[in-house]
Design a protein around this ligand. Sequence first.
Ligand code: ASC
Length: 149
Amino acid sequence: MKKILLSAAVSAIVLAPLGASAVSFKKPEDAIKYRQSTFTVMATHFGDLGAMVKGDKPFDAKAAQANADIVMTLSTLPWTGFGPGTEGGKAKPAIWKEMDKVKAGANDLQKATAELNKAAGTGNLENIKKAFAATQQTCKSCHDSYKDK
Ligand code: ASC
């Protein structure tokens, strides 16, 4: 058990890009719950922004900014929940064999959400639309490789 916790802590440090804090989990299920929860909250706010982008909801620059802030912050979080021995949920086993690619994907997402946040700061829906599409592409590219349907 000690060994598992230690390696989880080490990989959490390796996997925590852009300053997100490394967290230790008592059980693999806790890590799975953590990553799923952070993805869920991120998708909720990304989806709310997406409704404005698609015209399903009136554009509100302040609400768009609030969503973009949350998405940017949340994009730093799930990765610490993919430590060794936490296979399961909707994650394909390939994740644990291709951690360098996963980490690169996490960094791409974080760059994209930082750009999205900047775009939200302009208060211009056209800017937000472009940055939203670029961000969505980074979500999709990892999901295509690593998420079970
Ligand atoms: C979303 C969302 C995702 C991504 C993905 C992109 O709005 O919740 O997980 O976009 O569907 O293909």
